[in-house]
Design a protein around this ligand. Structure first.
Ligand SMILES: [Mn+2]
Length: 252
């Protein structure tokens, strides 16, 4: 089973070239399962605000693997299950299989109290319903304001506050019996050893980006941090373990 996890494309209709670059890069990477791990879109103000390039991208992703999954990010959490199913994409909160777990990653940034408070508020059904009832232009203005505020607060925030908290990673991994945690959100691509195994972080994107490729066979599991671009995939780092054992070894 070959699985590819990508996230944080931050696609915005004002930059259609980014959509084309993402599809081109993904087209070179064959996988059985494609996991879109959030912040695929820079903003999502409701399914009725989707543009043709958004739909084209989702149709591509739905057709690219036998099972394409979408995990909400903090920017595109308003994309609906029903809308995604029209592109043969399944919406999931998180994905766990074969002793690994994939989440967007904002859940791990528990030192960012302002963000976690904001998240709690905007994920309430009443907030969502109120927002979606507003005219599209008003929703766009609110989203623009939120993005501006987010840029300002990030600029004034110490580095560590925006990163994942190690003890949270460990809690998630233990909860799911995982030896591998894969996430995005932080835009700090890496593979690192943790208390419970390995943590692999995807990158954000410009014309290329870094995804996490997980290949699982009966005997072994391999995880690679892969540069995806129009030139095809390039492995930047790779680790593997024997099935049934938690010890990861670095191959390259
Ligand atoms: Mn994010």
């Amino acid at each position: 089973m070959r699985r590819l996890v990508v996230s944080d494309f931050h696609l915005d209709p004002s930059d259609p070239a980014r959509y084309r670059a993402a599809m081109e890069a993904l087209s070179h990477c064959v996988c059985d399962q494609l996991i879109l791990a959030g912040d695929i879109f820079e903003a999502w103000i409701g399914d009725d605000g989707a543009t043709d390039v958004d739909s084209e991208f989702l149709a591509f992703c739905g057709g690219h693997s036998d099972d394409t999954l979408f995990i909400h990010g903090n920017r595109d959490f308003l994309i609906s299950e029903q809308f995604l199913s029209g592109f043969e994409i399944r919406l999931v909160d998180r994905y766990a299989a074969d002793e690994f777990i994939v989440i967007h990653g904002d859940e791990l940034c528990t030192l960012d109290h302002a963000y976690q408070t904001f998240k709690q508020e905007v994920r309430q059904p009443t907030w969502i319903n109120n927002f979606l009832e507003k005219p599209l232009s008003e929703r766009q203005a609110i989203a623009d304001g939120l993005r501006q505020a987010s840029r300002e607060s990030q600029a004034n925030r110490p580095e560590a506050i925006g990163d994942a908290v190690d003890s949270e990673i460990d809690l998630w991994m233990k909860d799911y019996g995982a030896t591998l945690m894969v996430h995005g959100h932080t835009h700090r691509p890496a593979i690192q050893q943790t208390e419970s195994g390995l943590r692999a972080v995807t990158s954000d994107w410009d014309r290329s980006g870094l995804g996490v490729f997980i290949d699982t066979t009966d005997s072994a599991q391999t995880v690679s941090l892969v540069r995806l671009s129009d030139k095809g995939p390039t492995i930047t780092e790779q680790w593997s373990r024997q099935t049934g054992t938690p010890e990861w070894k670095r191959n390259s």
